[in-house]
Structure formats: structure tokens, C-alpha cells
Design a protein around this ligand. Sequence first.
Ligand code: FEO
Length: 170
Amino acid sequence: MLKETIQEALNAQLAREMYSSNLYLAMAGYFQSINLKGFAHWMRLQAQEETTHAMKFFDYLLDRGGLVQISTINAPPSNWENPLSAMEDALKHEQYVTQNINSLADLAIKEGDHATQIFLQWFVTEQVEEEATVSEIVEKLKMIGDWKGGLLMIDNELGKRTLNETSPNE
Ligand code: FEO
């Protein structure tokens, strides 16, 4: 049986993963609206990936005999000043998710919940990759500045993404 504190923390993370999915779907809409279809495609896949993250928490809660508690998910923003500010927001969000995964891992250690510690290892690895991937896009956008040709080159590159490209061991 799951301890109440762990159950609550897992449900809170489930909600954050659902918010992440909505945030990236909103970004997909923004990028498509400014005709950056490669960025939009990348964000659509990112939104799908976040749904699979949410479902991992959903399934794990049930596997441990816990209760799934779906809470209200706040609406994400729907517009950004430019591609760089959207990607910077994505990076800030991933850093926030990493902090939360780490706090959750700390709690599992404190509560002596070995199964939850092992379950969370996948997410610890995933967060390293997610931050690195988004950070690389942010740095490239900073590098090109106002050069439109460079933006189209990045757009073309992001359009080639396939699902699970940034996921470890899947
Ligand atoms: Fe599920 Fe991007 O963290």
C-alpha cells in the first residue's frame, strides 16, 4: 500500500505532467500560427510524450493500490513574443519539473519507499535529456539572433523529430 504522502505527491506530479502536455500543445498552436511548422511538429510530439509521462504516474498509482486523483489543471499561456521566448519558457518549465521529480525522489527515500524510488529513476534520466534537448534549441535560437534563414534551418531540423527521440530506454 502507498503511504498517503507519497500518493498525494504522485498525484501532484501526474497533474504537472498533464499541464506540461497542455503547455506544449499551446506552444504547438503558437508555432503553427506563425508558420513555423517544424517547431509546431516538435511541440505536438512533446505534448504526446508528456501525456505518456502522466500515464506512467496513473498506472503506477494503480499498480501500488493507490487512488488516482485528477485535479484542476491551470490553463497555459497561448501566445509568446517570439520563438526564443517560447523555448525559454519550455526550458524554465522543464527545470521546474526536474525540481519536482527530485523532491519526489527525496520524499520516497525519506519514507523508505523503494519501489517509488526505482519508478522515479526513469524520470530522473528523462529530465536530464529533456533539459539538454530544450537548452540546445534555446542556444541555437540565441546564436542566430534575427537571421530568418537560420530560423528556417532550425524549423526544418525540428520538423524531422520522431516520437520518443528524447526518451531514454523506450
Ligand atoms: Fe514530463 Fe517534460 O517532463
